[in-house]
Write a protein of this length. Structure first.
Length: 391
């Protein structure tokens, strides 16, 4: 167990793909120095499929990285309306942050609210603006759906796809070493979910693992179902799957579908892998966990150690947003300073830490190994309640 923890939990803070030849020259410090666009400020746009907590955290980390590099002034961040929305933050960047080099364009912010019709409308509006008005120099596309909408030959504006769960399998990029489009860059950690599953199995030794997800290309990508099946075949455990709603604009229906899958699978599994989807929300965790606790099912959150606070047994997720923000900020300014997005490194493995909820472990009669407790960075003694006012 100690060997697993040392190799999977305490991973180096940032591991970049090898760079050689012309790429090495592009990675010089001169490409980090603040610079204008031939005397004008660079104009930045933003698109997301809908509100999501990680987008807010990553955007703040990116801006912090830009402050560190001197591209924008250092200022305290505003208080958002809730833990998921990014409109407040973008408005602050557009109207209050001072920079001699960047403009966060006030009306170049698009969010579809997880509505597919609104998403398609936004895509067409953005493409029309990029190709005809041509007043955006770089697009920030947050999340898998936004990344997919910008990953095409319908425009050539430099684009960074951020916070995508699996940009390779979802079809945003061609591979870890090649985005497939000269104007596109997407951060990728190809082994992230595989590391989670291997560690979960090493700790718990489960024989049957439950996974609930929407059976669509995006849903399968979010759930890392192919990674799960591969690890299951190698380690010898069985996966029991259940289909949910994820792309429905009615979040409550998505939440209900996940709860129903938890109820359906709970009597037949000894562990459950809680994956990224619209129905997995902090307010919904207690409903999801009720049948899992009843049948003593040990849970693992794919998304975040924050879910452990609300009753998930374990998680292993990237939490060092500082390093992630630096990676994104350096990528962004190198692009603005002339580097091709396609030629910049995409592989980034963030520091990861394990979290454990002691009360959740007791309710599932799971005896936490002492070396796991010793290696945990976050230990919650009790299950905390979620404030519904935030959602």
């Amino acid at each position: 167990m100690l060997k697993v923890l040392s190799t999977l939990v305490f991973i180096s803070a940032a591991i970049f793909a090898p760079v050689c030849g012309s790429q090495a020259g592009q990675m010089g410090k001169d490409l980090l120095a603040p610079a204008t666009n031939q005397g004008k400020k660079w104009r930045i746009g933003y698109v997301q499929g809908g509100p999501y907590q990680e987008y807010q955290l990553v955007m703040k980390a990116l801006v912090d990285g830009l402050m560190e590099l001197g591209w924008i002034e250092k200022r305290s961040f505003p208080q958002p309306l809730d833990e998921q929305e990014t409109q407040t933050f973008w408005s602050w960047l557009a109207t209050e942050v001072r920079s001699d080099y960047l403009i966060f364009v006030p009306d170049a912010y698009w969010s579809a609210g997880w509505d597919e019709e609104a998403r398609e409308r936004n895509k067409q509006l953005i493409l029309d603006r990029l190709n005809h008005k041509k007043d955006i120099d770089l697009m920030l596309a947050f999340g898998t759906k936004a990344g997919l909408d910008m990953a095409n030959n319908l425009h050539s504006v430099p684009t960074m796809a951020l916070s995508c769960s699996d940009p390779i399998r979802s079809g945003i990029i061609k591979s870890a070493g090649d985005s497939g489009y000269d104007h596109l860059h997407a951060k990728v950690d190809p082994k992230r979910y595989e590391r989670q599953l291997r560690l979960f199995h090493e700790i718990v030794k489960f024989k049957k693992l439950g996974i609930a997800y929407e059976d669509t290309p995006t849903g399968r990508s979010y759930a890392a179902i192919e990674d799960a099946r591969r690890v299951a075949a190698e380690l010898g455990f069985e996966i029991l799957e259940c289909q949910t709603l994820d792309e429905d604009k009615n979040v409550r229906e998505c939440e209900d579908s996940v709860v129903e899958c938890c109820r359906r699978l709970a009597p037949h599994v000894d562990a459950f892998y809680i994956t990224l989807q619209n129905g997995v929300t902090p307010r919904n965790l207690s409903r999801m966990l009720e049948p899992l606790f009843k049948y003593k099912v040990i849970t693992f959150s794919q998304r975040s150690t924050k879910d452990v606070k609300y009753g998930v047994t374990l998680s292993l997720a990237p939490e060092n947003y500082k390093e992630l923000g630096r990676f994104y900020a350096r990528t962004m300014v190198r692009i603005l300073n002339g580097a091709k997005p396609r030629e910049l490194p995409q592989v980034f493995e963030n520091t990861q830490q394990i979290a454990i909820n002691v009360e959740a472990a007791k309710r599932t009669r799971f005896q936490i190994p002492l070396d796991v407790l010793a290696g945990a960075q976050e230990i919650y003694e009790h299950i905390e309640n979620v404030d519904d006012a935030n959602y």
